[in-house]
Design a protein around this ligand. Structure first.
Ligand code: ZN
Length: 54
């Protein structure tokens, strides 16, 4: 089961791809919290990045 929202350690609620920031690390893409830059767990980021507010 994937969580609907991810709460970052800074307290930010990540719900959509806009809530994350994309970072390139070599060949990999890492998603981090837009507010504090903490990496989002890849499984969670995978779900959120397909989600858009609408
Ligand atoms: Zn954060």
């Amino acid at each position: 089961m994937c969580p609907a929202t991810y709460t970052c350690q800074c307290g930010a609620r990540l719900r959509y791809r806009q809530d994350m920031e994309r970072r390139l690390e070599g060949a990999r893409t890492r998603w981090v919290c837009r507010d504090c830059g903490t990496p989002v767990p890849s499984a969670t980021a995978e779900v959120l990045r397909h989600r858009d507010p609408s």
